[in-house]
Design a protein around this ligand. Structure first.
Ligand code: 5GP
Length: 137
């Protein structure tokens, strides 16, 4: 048994949350930080470290709920866009080591949250990189 992380405690009702959705496998609630209005987290109830180590069936259920929340954000919350994000391992910004997906409504450019994708392709051997990934899927 691993030590309970903060999301295990939320699942067990030891820490309160603003619940959005719950079934046997999935729980969704508002992120305490609200980087934008309605920022939600969708998590597996069972403890898995992150997206990469979660069984497919559970991962699919979590993504299904994330999709539904994103649709509501657009339809009813006034969002113009949504970012679906799952940080895997600290190097990617994961701070809670329990699988979760962020659903971040976007209202206008740069509000509260920003992803900057720079083009760093110069000098990279793209055929070799593509080959290495492709051959190991
Ligand atoms: P990560 O950085 O691991 O991808 O995201 C973890 C998220 O969990 C953060 O956005 C943080 O605000 C949120 N969080 C941490 N502790 C709590 C808590 O006790 N309640 C809620 N609702 N969110 C939390």
């Amino acid at each position: 048994m691993h030590e309970k992380d903060i999301f295990c405690k939320i699942v067990d009702g030891e820490i309160p949350c603003y619940k959005l959705y719950e079934d046997d496998d999935v729980l969704a609630f508002l992120d305490i930080s609200q980087v934008t209005k309605g920022h939600a987290l969708v998590i597996s109830k069972r403890h898995y470290e992150n997206f990469l180590s979660t069984p497919k069936e559970i991962m699919h259920k979590v993504m299904d709920v994330a999709q539904r929340i994103g649709q509501v954000d657009i339809k009813l919350l006034g969002a113009e866009g949504v970012n679906i994000l799952s940080n895997c391992y600290p190097a990617a910004g994961q701070s809670v080591m329990h699988f979760h997906v962020h659903v971040i409504p976007r209202y206008k450019e740069g509000e509260g949250f920003e992803i900057t994708m720079k083009n760093n392709a110069e000098g990279l051997n793209l055929p070799a990189i593509a080959g290495q990934i492709k051959e190991n899927l």
